[in-house]
Design a protein around this ligand. Structure first.
Ligand SMILES: Nc1nc2c(ncn2[C@@H]2O[C@H](COP(=O)(O)OP(=O)(O)O)[C@@H](O)[C@H]2O)c(=O)[nH]1
Ligand SMILES: [Mg+2]
Length: 441
């Protein structure tokens, strides 16, 4: 049942100045009324009142109670928020009183789920609320705020509407071929439209991927043969002695991970074991892990000893990364430098050329923050699915496939797009999404 009254502690469960116990549902006001010394039915909506919480005729807390009557509330239902003193114990006690008086404990994200199911927000806005709670950087906050403001609907609605219009026109063509004033849709009409939609979908996917890196950082592996200075580079980037550095080849055996926030980009760094042929059991495992890290990395910092000519080991590694996004870095330039390129001396902390290069590499993507962009993997996956369907449609149009078949494929693409904002949804997906929310949100 949707309208049973749910209840949860909406603030963090540790000692603070106040804690908030929140109720939402038809009986929210009745239940709160039963446990306090004021007549809450007389309180104006969207106002706050001073009261005491009463249990067995004893005062158990002095509180402020906010009353929000439906429909202008977070969930579009009646909401009561009880501001208790901030100890976890007293907040739990008030929560238990609400439960004893007819409320049910809310599941994770259930308030927001109701906001969505009651039509106050769309699914992408609900996701952004969760992103806002979990945000750890300025860019993440800005992006979440845009999402809460409906940026995803703004982004995809025009595309959805155009596709729906086209489906409508095709249907009219099929159902009423005798009407003179109906625009006749032919494959020649369709082709440029489908091409335009494909281009738009492609742009949205690419921008989302570029922006994800700006927003969440990039998985970066430091790769190179043993002793070129990979661990020294990690330490220089982190400005601390995280990895052990020695002149013994094969020092780093396990993967060492840490993140560094540069001006324009956050790197999630993995320092790896130098990749080479080795008989040492432990080193061999380390090298296997390095190869896996290399495969998963989105960016490779490839370190080369600038004071030596490239040998077969270097060349084999260069071959190994040829399909990746690689930045070649020449280290130990304090000794000698036989190459042109990004020169550093990791041991001396002299890595300015590399840091400048990284910042300028991601400089132009900073402006993406002001654009409406798909926000997460779920949204991008649906857009990719719509893109693939549109590609099939393009082929079908070329092949002269019947309009009614094309129309049903268009509907498939439309369905994927509308699922991005949750117009079309299935219950399991919705349950799954809201489970990741905090309790009380
Ligand atoms: N002269 C010089 N030596 C360096 C530099 N970077 C690292 N080294 C030395 O090279 C050796 C190997 O360094 P390390 O960072 O452990 O290399 P890794 O095996 O690639 O992780 C150590 O003795 C470092 O002190 C540098 O920029 N200049
Ligand atoms: Mg090392």
């Amino acid at each position: 049942m949707l309208n049973d009254t749910i209840c949860a502690i909406s603030t963090a469960l540790n000692n603070g100045a106040i804690a908030i116990v929140r109720l939402s549902g038809d009986e929210a006001i009745d239940i709160a009324d039963k446990i306090c010394d004021k007549d809450l039915h007389k309180v104006k909506s969207h106002s706050i009142i001073y009261a005491h919480i009463i249990e067995n005729e004893a005062n158990i807390d002095e509180v402020m109670i906010s009353i929000f009557k439906a429909p202008k509330t977070y969930t579009k239902e009646d909401i009561v928020e009880i501001n208790t003193h901030g100890g976890a114990y007293i907040a739990r006690k008030v929560l238990n009183l609400c439960l004893a008086n007819g409320a049910r404990l809310a599941m994770s994200g259930e308030f927001t789920k109701r906001a969505y199911l009651n039509g106050r927000i769309d699914l992408s806005e609900a996701e952004s609320i969760n992103d806002m709670i979990k945000a750890k950087s300025e860019v993440q906050i800005k992006s979440a705020m845009k999402g809460i403001d409906g940026s995803i609907a703004r982004l995809i609605d025009p595309l959805c509407n155009e596709i729906m219009d086209m489906i409508g026109m095709i249907e009219v063509n099929i159902d009423y071929p005798e009407y003179d004033d109906v625009t006749i849709i032919t494959n020649e009409h369709l082709l440029p439209m489908v091409e335009k939609w494909l281009k738009q979908a492609d742009e949205m996917i690419k921008k989302a991927e570029r922006f994800r890196i700006i927003k969440d950082g990039i998985k970066t592996a430091i790769i190179g043969k043993p002793n070129v200075g990979k661990s020294s580079l990690l330490n220089a980037l982190l400005k601390k002695d995280k990895a052990i550095v020695t002149d013994i080849a094969g020092t780093t055996r396990d993967l060492i991970e840490d993140s560094v926030e540069l001006e324009n980009i956050t790197l999630h760094l993995i320092d790896t074991a130098g990749i080479r042929e080795s008989e040492d059991t432990v080193e061999k495992i380390g090298i296997e892990r390095s190869l896996k890290a290399l495969k998963e990395a989105e960016l490779i910092l490839f370190v080369i000893d600038a004071s030596h000519p490239l040998d077969d080991e270097d060349k084999r590694l260069i071959e190994l990364v040829k399909d990746k996004d690689v930045i070649y870095i020449y280290n130990k330039t304090d000794i000698d430098c036989l190459y042109e390129g990004i020169k550093i001396s990791a041991q001396n902390g002299d890595i300015k050329e590399l840091v400048d290069h990284l910042n300028s590499r991601y400089d132009k993507d900073q402006s993406l923050i002001d654009e409406d962009i798909l926000n997460n993997e779920r949204q991008v996956a649906l857009m990719k699915s719509a893109y693939n369907t549109l590609k099939e449609i393009k082929k079908a149009v070329f092949d002269g496939v019947e309009l009614d078949i094309i129309s049903s494929s268009l509907y498939e693409a439309y369905h994927d797009l509308s699922e991005i904002v949750g117009k079309a949804y299935d219950d399991d997906l919705i349950d799954h999404l809201f489970k990741n929310f905090c309790l009380g949100k």
